[in-house]
Design a protein around this ligand. Structure first.
Ligand SMILES: Nc1ncnc2c1ncn2[C@@H]1O[C@H](COP(=O)(O)OP(=O)(O)O)[C@@H](O)[C@H]1O
Ligand SMILES: [Mg+2]
Length: 340
């Protein structure tokens, strides 16, 4: 695969504040590239430089072979951008917003209406085309904002935090769209602080922290690099609760954490630990009513690298926050393990 984006030594100072600190990376043509990091890591700043909205203090950006500093026009028209802050005109209808953007991007007149209809239908907004955006929900506005960014059929698509705070239906529609666009050949640069989003969507992920890239790889390889955060989870009966300390003293266990009625035993080698757990149960007249091994999640990796619980300040529901809670207990129990 050739490179869609090549970044070399990219740096941004806001006054004295170093927001992006000499980063280098490539985005391959046709991939979904995730830019994952906690709030304030420098993600938006980087994306604004990649999309010519902000001038770098230092460094080079090459997009499809064109140096952005000297030769931006051939690639600018191939880019689509969904910014973090809404860019829709609330006093206009959905239709008028799309027509306005189409004009801005110089979409041929004959094609504007056809494309607008197609996009409104894709995003479930066709029925609402003549409604002013001020009456739209946050999810509808975000979907419209994405439709606007696609009206000129970009081949390189940037999304900055596309889903936080949205309803489940809009989130799903957006993630499905990212997959579909990518399947059709569009290169995607996805900025997110949501680990599960990166895990589900991205071919490769860069973990950015304090303006620097701390790791960059496929989600699965990132997980494999952090095998020490594997674990064995066991529920013992009767009275399994009393055995936590003894289980924690089995060879190879680095940390033991209570997870409801189960014990989670962190270890570098779950397969060596499994028989020891079984023998312990036998020796103590206990039955293992459930027993499983767990690999590291992308969240474990992220926490190991940044020491931060991303999204903790946001109001997220469901899976994400439960997992953060679980991991929080582990960290509380001293389970950070060695640093990179
Ligand atoms: N226009 C600006 N002026 C001064 N500081 C800024 C500006 N934009 C962002 N920053 C600071 O730069 C750092 C990185 O911000 P940002 O790129 O928005 O991070 P992220 O998108 O990862 O949350 C933060 O410390 C932020 O406060
Ligand atoms: Mg941001």
């Amino acid at each position: 695969m050739s490179d869609a984006i090549k970044v070399d030594n990219l740096t941004k100072y806001y006054g004295d504040l170093l927001a992006v600190d000499h980063i280098s990376f490539e985005v391959r043509d046709g991939e979904v590239f995730g830019f994952l990091g906690p709030n304030g890591a420098g993600k938006t700043t980087t994306q604004r430089m990649l999309t010519t909205l902000l001038e770098p203090t230092e460094g080079h950006i090459i997009i499809h072979g064109h140096d952005l500093a000297h030769d931006p026009y051939p690639v600018k028209r191939r880019m689509g951008l969904v910014p973090e802050e809404s860019n829709v005109y609330t006093e206009l209808t959905a239709w008028a917003n799309l027509m306005f953007t189409a004009t801005l991007y110089r979409v041929p007149q004959a094609e504007r209406a056809v494309r607008a209809q197609e996009l409104l239908e894709t995003f479930g907004l066709w029925e609402k085309r003549d409604v002013k955006v001020e009456n739209f929900s946050k999810g509808m506005r975000r979907r419209l904002s994405i439709a606007m960014a696609l009206i000129h059929r970009p081949t390189l698509f940037f999304l900055d935090e596309p889903t936080p705070g949205l309803d489940a239906q809009s989130t799903r529609a957006i993630r499905d769209l990212v997959r579909k666009l990518n399947a059709e050949g569009t290169t995607i640069f996805l900025t997110t602080h949501q680990i599960e989003e990166a895990n589900q969507l991205c071919d490769r992920v860069a973990i950015i922290d304090h303006g620097r890239i701390a790791a960059i790889d496929t989600p699965e390889r990132l997980k494999a690099a952090f095998r020490r955060v594997q674990s064995v989870e066991v529920a013992l009966q009767p009275d399994g609760q009393a055995h936590g300390q003894a289980l924690g003293e089995l060879p190879g266990v680095t940390t033991v954490v209570k997870m409801g009625d189960k014990w989670r035993l962190y270890t570098e080698d779950p397969s060596a630990l499994l028989p020891l757990v079984m023998r312990y149960a036998e020796d103590h007249g206990l039955r293992a009513v459930s027993l499983c091994t767990l690999g590291p999640s992308l969240e474990d990796v992220f926490l190991e690298i940044t020491g931060q619980q991303v999204g903790a300040v946001r109001h997220e529901t469901g899976e994400g926050s439960r997992k953060q809670g679980a991991r929080g207990r582990m960290r509380g129990a001293g389970g950070r393990g060695g640093q990179r």
